[in-house]
Design a protein around this ligand. Structure first.
Ligand code: GLV
Ligand code: MG
Length: 325
């Protein structure tokens, strides 16, 4: 290990994160009854400009009045380039800050963006005498944000998670797609011809680099990497595949833009019984190995060593965190 210790952000369960437009209060009660880990009430892109004021009021009322149980509650404010943003922060934190766990900052571009919101939130919290500190979730969804992702990840003690906003990221990088998440048949390679002169098309994941880069910046700063939206909510298999590949890369959770996606995210982002059992066997085998003075042994015909302990501990700790709820 490095001599430098990476401090870990609050250990909040974040397998699923449900987006609910602040302008659709009829959806709030239903959202509160889902088994989701985090809900973000949206003031940004799901709300039309003329509805921003009313959406803010709906969110304040809902945070104060609805029983959200033990869910973590977040509000997605408008971008720092709009005149809505300061009032989003001032009104929501002043009037509902005690039930608010997180603020989601969209299209964050530089560490200074984080600093600006931090300053505002700190002033309001101090003025109101709140004991709890509100955490930050940042959506990495612009070329600028991705370029500065490392500095953004380190920009505030409030930082908890980085989210890959695939839709805006596609727009910002001018990627040739109009769907939200998912794959593109043009992002593919052709195999060499086989004996019958047949070639196969192998589709690739056009978001791999961006997601992997964000995961590294998040983990290097003790934050949770979270994969963003998958727009086609009737495509269960497509969602599961997108969530699985994000989990494999190290993401802890994925957005749900529809309540039907919540159980899918929870399922994929929770280690399976088989994974946890295997991890427990690795830990047991390594404990035995250590007692016998060995640093590496074989389990099921494969080498395991001290790195295997760390991998196994991550899975076992995640399972324990889910069990704690
Ligand atoms: C989320 O905000 C996205 O743009 O994908
Ligand atoms: Mg976006």
């Amino acid at each position: 290990m490095s001599f430098f210790t990476v401090e870990q952000a609050a250990g909040r369960l974040n397998r699923s994160e449900l987006a609910i437009p602040g302008s659709q209060p009829q959806m709030f009660e239903k959202a509160a009854k889902t088994d989701v880990d985090v809900i973000f009430l949206d003031l940004e892109d799901a709300v039309a400009p003329d509805d921003k004021d009313q959406a803010r009021k709906n969110i304040i009322e809902a945070l104060n009045d609805i029983d959200w149980g033990d869910k973590s509650m977040s509000v997605r404010i408008n971008g720092l380039d709009t005149h809505y943003m300061y009032r989003d922060v001032v009104d929501v934190v002043e009037q509902a800050g005690e039930r608010l766990d997180l603020i989601m900052i969209p299209k964050v571009g530089t560490a200074s963006d984080v600093y600006a919101v931090d300053m505002l939130v700190t002033q309001i919290e101090d003025a109101k005498g709140y004991k709890k500190r509100i955490g930050f979730e940042h959506i990495i969804e612009t070329a600028l944000g991705m370029q500065n992702v490392t500095e953004i990840a380190a920009a505030s003690k409030r930082n908890e998670s980085l989210h890959f906003g695939v839709a805006d990221y596609a727009a910002s990088t001018r990627a040739r797609t109009t769907i939200i998440g998912g794959v593109n048949p043009d992002y593919a390679v052709l195999t060499d011809p086989d004996e019958a002169q047949k070639r196969q098309v192998h589709w690739g994941d056009m978001w791999h680099y961006a997601l992997a880069r964000m995961v590294v910046a998040a983990r290097a700063n003790g934050l949770r990497p979270i994969d963003g939206p998958f727009g086609d909510f009737s495509d269960t298999e497509g969602y599961l595949a997108a969530a699985k590949r994000a989990a494999v890369l190290g993401c802890e959770g994925k957005w749900a833009i529809h309540p039907s996606q919540v159980p899918l995210a929870n399922q994929v982002m929770s280690p399976s019984y088989e994974e946890v059992t295997k991890a427990q066997r690795i830990l047991a085998a390594m404990t035995e190995a250590a007692a016998a003075g060995k640093g590496a042994v074989s389990l099921d015909g494969r080498l395991i060593d001290y790195a295997s302990i760390r991998q196994a501990e991550v899975l076992v700790e995640k399972a324990a965190q889910i069990a704690r709820g």
